[in-house]
Design a protein. Sequence first.
Length: 85
Amino acid sequence: MPARIVVVLKDPELADATVSALVVDGHDALTVHDPMTALALLGQAADIDLLVTSPYFGEGKPTGASLALMTKLRRPDLKVIFAAD
């Protein structure tokens, strides 16, 4: 079964290109452009294997570490990749 991957990057074009490449390779991948939206989505996620995220989104927005920690509450086996973009 392909990995279920969520990509949340500060650069939306890079996020879209990353997901496109993953989908072409047969993975189930989703882009979320807004870290606040991602925080809400990931907090309820039950089927995510990998999170690819920027470490920092800007002042007043959750960090990539926050996104990872919230998701790990429900998915302790979650893998996380921090990507500087």
